[in-house]
Design a protein around this ligand. Structure first.
Ligand SMILES: Nc1ncnc2c1ncn2[C@@H]1O[C@H](COP(=O)(O)OP(=O)(O)OP(=O)(O)O)[C@@H](O)[C@H]1O
Ligand SMILES: [Mg+2]
Length: 393
């Protein structure tokens, strides 16, 4: 492709004469400029320099996909570098295409993917840096949770809802997040919520376009029953995770590992019991003191419960969620029983919390997790048998 540029230049006699300048620009440069507008391809030297050679001091966290580093580019821009720990098995071209597609997604409630770095087997994703870390850092901490009064929490909920609506409906890609949870909600300087790690599931899951997957990527406590058990994912499985997030934001406790003196239900089960007994305001996190607006909190709890209903067809889609949350006058339907409404035995809770670090934070298959749990249980049973035998002798 050639470009013809017509420039108006002024000559010595000060008379304006059009001077035609033919600029030959190859298509690769033009398209390169467009791509640069969306995404930057970083080289390893730049990323290493930005992160002090991936120093321990630069490390800000580690998730299932590998370590995350804070970096400062030469321009002074702060970035977060996610060093993907293993290859997805995807070809290089496919990886690049996915990254370009995902980098094109832009919304004020999504963390911007700035670019990536590829060298050999190494794949890194470079994001805009979020100075206030993630939501879990605040809401599950007794002291820091006081920094989030109700109006902030409500803004955070609305932000997540709008970001998710964009992923599901408004963007051209129609992305199902599949791992929506508090550590994937990042907070900017003004504590605005931004969803992160959207598209990571696309990059990693070879069979991500199918509605049923053998490779379940997700975290216990946020996964809908049909996804956790059957591997079936849809926008409605994300809606379930969103509902869990909403109830966690209101209550300040994790769904998973939630405990109560009167029962062994998780937070969703507890919220359902409170709902049935007309005592939902007891769910409100004490750290918010009196900062909350009763009607708003009650609405959020009801929407949360609608989103975590057991059957996907009963759950609302995100556009309805946004309407319900942002309109005072909308009458909401009555929620039905949530998914996983069974009491856990204290032994299950104990075993699961011991497994939490090893399994749930990683995108390993549930099958593998289940195998490990079964193995540990089997091992414990064997030990008990052996000790009771030797004790009896
Ligand atoms: N863009 C970012 N800016 C600032 N901190 C970030 C950014 N991305 C991630 N982090 C921090 O790095 C930590 C690890 O993130 P990462 O996404 O790898 O793991 P995770 O969210 O805990 O689990 P998962 O792998 O399932 O997403 C998080 O605690 C988060 O606070
Ligand atoms: Mg994450």
């Amino acid at each position: 492709m050639f470009l013809l540029l017509v420039l108006e230049l002024t000559d010595d006699s000060n008379k304006k004469k059009p001077v035609v300048v033919i600029v030959i620009v190859s298509i690769s440069i033009v398209s390169g400029m467009f791509i640069v507008g969306w995404i930057i391809w970083f080289d390893l030297v730049t990323v290493a320099a930005a992160t002090n050679n991936f120093s321990y001091a630069s490390k800000i966290g580690e998730g299932g996909f590998g370590p995350v580093y804070k970096g400062v580019l030469e321009t002074g821009q702060e970035v977060a570098v996610k060093r993907l720990s293993k290859s997805s098995g995807q070809g290089l071209e496919e990886f690049k295409n996915e990254v370009i597609l995902i980098a094109k997604l832009q919304h004020r409630n999504l963390v911007r993917l700035l670019g990536c770095c590829i060298q050999g087997e190494e794949r890194m994703l470079i994001y805009e840096y979020m100075p206030n870390k993630s939501l879990d850092y605040f809401i599950f901490d007794q002291t820091r949770s006081t920094l989030l009064p109700w109006h902030k929490r409500f803004d955070i909920i609305m932000g997540i809802a709008r970001g998710l609506l964009y992923l599901h409906q408004d963007s051209r890609l129609r992305i199902i997040h599949r791992d929506l949870k508090t550590s994937n909600i990042l907070l900017d300087r003004e504590m605005n919520s931004k969803i992160s790690d959207f598209g990571i599931a696309r990059i990693f899951g070879g069979d991500q376009s199918e509605a049923r997957t053998k490779r379940v990527i997700g975290t216990y406590g946020y996964m809908s029953p049909e996804y956790a058990i059957d591997g079936k994912f849809s926008v409605k499985s994300d809606v379930f995770s969103f509902g869990t997030l909403v109830l966690e934001i209101v209550n300040g406790k994790k769904n998973r590992g939630f405990n109560h003196a009167d029962h062994d239900h998780n937070l969703l089960g507890h919220a359902w019991l409170q709902w049935k007994e007309d005592k939902v305001l007891e769910l409100v996190d004490a750290a918010m003191e009196d900062s909350y607006v009763v009607s708003q909190v009650m609405k959020c709890i009801q929407v949360g419960l609608l989103c975590v209903q057991k059957y996907p067809e009963d759950r609302p889609i995100m556009s309805s969620v946004v309407v319900m949350l942002s309109n005072e006058s909308v009458t909401l339907p009555q929620p039905k029983q949530p998914g996983f409404f069974t009491e856990r035995s204290s032994r299950d809770t104990d075993l699961l919390s011991r497994k939490e670090k090893g399994c749930t934070e990683n995108p390993v298959t549930i099958t593998v997790c289940t195998m490990i749990i079964n193995f540990v249980e089997e091992w414990q049973r064997t030990l008990t048998l052996v000790s009771s035998h030797s004790g009896g002798r």
